[in-house]
Ligand binder design. Structure first.
Ligand SMILES: *Cc1c(COP(=O)(O)O)cnc(C)c1O
Length: 459
């Protein structure tokens, strides 16, 4: 028999938030009023909220105690220095610019480093990251390995860079057109898939030869480190803290959405090793976020973030966090439901194009599936497919991504194993009546990041 090692939570529950229970009729009404877009539902109408793992974590008692130690001085808050210390000690980056969340940091780095006509290669796009690159005049290029676009591929590191794709881009455009390569840990849009240290090291060698920076989208770096520990030869005995440090040391700077790994409800930062870039960022942050010692955050938020960063690299925490996601994913695999494999770090991604093969991609299969999941049991998921991919800025046509997914994102330290069971049961029910589900048409489309506010109607 295979030996078992439980992922049970390394904490106990001190306070609970009561939830409203709804009927099928109420949910049908609510999703219609929301234009069949789960982003437009009222949170109180949701039973289990799997929209995102962003800013939805439960903070620890120590973080809450830290909130009471907020130093709300306009300049030079004590909490800023605590955060700076946590970033330096945990991640090793020399200079810190706090921002209100990850996209604030993306805005700063894109504005500073990208010139019109530049090319920014990355291991798959992320919505806000690519938009800021485009708004700064650059163009994103996908350099992730082909396996990342194949939901059935069992490659252990689907976040890896295809070095040939990167080399080809450098040859085609010249290194001077590539201000940096953007490397995400783990890759959100690929289903929370990790990059290996070995691959990252090769990317470092290649970019170093051409004098190209690596900017690290470190939103889920601890989760990536966990997969390296579990899967990469030579890392079994290394601590998460050490692997996180090893990853960061191979890069030149980072954007962080602390609302994910770092266990806070709001916050982010830009971290840099390069003094000149830091100087410019510290100047620019004043224009868009706030003074460089708070960057749009309250002192208490920075304190909670400093503590959360340290909690995020604890072995027991990360084992329970990823273990819970794997528990849910394994139930769905056992029930024969097509999901992205291997199971990712922050959620389970349903393969909507396989579940609803009768719905063409321009009738939004993933958006449709998410709406039906909500109607079934009040579970709120998110579309990650053609709606999220948006339109090509040149042609104005839909971008048709190879992956048409529904993301069941698991907030950190929030739901129990019984909740995971309820989710699995609901997905199975919807799956069993999939042939009766019809697609949708878009009746309202915003200009930017349309998935947030678009409205739909059943066809
Ligand atoms: C969430 C996220 C961002 C953006 O961060 P926000 O805090 O939402 O602004 C950037 N990259 C990745 C991979 C993310 O998951």
């Amino acid at each position: 028999m295979k030996s078992r090692s439980s992922w049970a939570e390394p904490y106990k529950i001190k306070m609970v938030e009561l939830l409203k229970m709804t009927t099928l009729q109420q949910r049908k009404k609510a999703i219609a009023a929301a234009g069949y877009n789960t982003f437009l539902l009222k949170s109180e109408d949701v039973y289990i909220d799997l929209l995102t793992d962003s800013g939805t974590s439960a903070m620890s008692d120590i973080q809450w105690a830290g909130m009471m130690r907020g130093d709300e001085a306009y300049a030079g808050s004590r909490n800023y220095y605590n955060l700076e210390k946590a970033v330096k000690e945990t991640y090793g980056y020399a200079y810190l610019v706090p921002t209100h969340q990850g996209r604030g940091a993306e805005h700063l780095i894109s504005t500073i480093l990208i010139k019109k006509g530049d090319i920014i290669p990355g291991n798959m796009y992320f919505t806000t990251t690519r938009l800021h690159q485009e708004l700064a005049g650059g163009q994103f290029r996908d350099i992730i390995i082909d396996e990342a676009h194949d939901p059935a591929s069992l490659h252990p590191f689907k976040g890896n860079v295809d070095l040939e794709k990167l080399e080809k881009l450098i040859r085609q455009h010249g290194a001077e057109k590539i201000p940096y390569v953007c490397i995400a840990t783990t890759v959100n849009m690929a289903g929370g898939q990790p990059i290996s240290i070995d691959n990252l090291r090769q990317v470092r060698e290649l970019t170093a030869r051409h004098g190209i920076r690596i900017i690290h989208d470190m939103t889920r770096v601890a989760e990536n480190a966990y997969f390296i520990q579990q899967r990469e030869p030579g890392y079994k005995r290394k601590s998460i803290a050490r692997i996180v440090r090893e990853i960061c040391d191979l890069t030149d700077g980072a954007t962080m959405s602390a609302k994910k790994d770092a266990l806070v409800n709001i916050g982010g930062f830009l971290a840099l090793n390069d003094w000149d870039v830091f100087e410019e960022a510290r100047n620019l942050v004043v224009v868009y976020e706030g003074l460089h010692t708070y960057g749009g955050l309250a002192g208490r938020d920075m304190e909670a973030m400093a503590i959360g960063i340290r909690e995020s690299i604890d072995q027991n925490h990360i084992h329970a966090r990823v273990g819970q996601v794997e528990y849910l994913g394994q139930q769905l695999i056992d029930a024969g439901i097509p999901i992205v494999q291997p199971i990712g770090s922050h959620g389970v991604f349903l393969d909507a194009s396989q579940i609803l093969p009768h719905i063409p991609q321009d009738q939004f299969p993933a958006q449709t599936l998410a709406a039906h999941l909500y109607m079934d049991a009040g579970i709120r998921a998110m579309e990650r497919g053609v709606v999220s991919a948006g339109r090509d800025p040149k042609t104005g046509k839909h971008r048709y991504p190879k992956l048409e997914l529904v993301r069941l994102t698991i907030p950190r330290r929030v739901y129990t194993q019984a909740h995971m069971d309820v989710i699995a049961e609901s997905v199975m029910r919807v799956y069993n009546r999939r042939s009766q589900i019809k697609g949708m048409k878009m009746v309202y489309e915003p200009t930017y990041l349309r998935f947030f506010q678009a409205r739909f109607e059943p066809v």
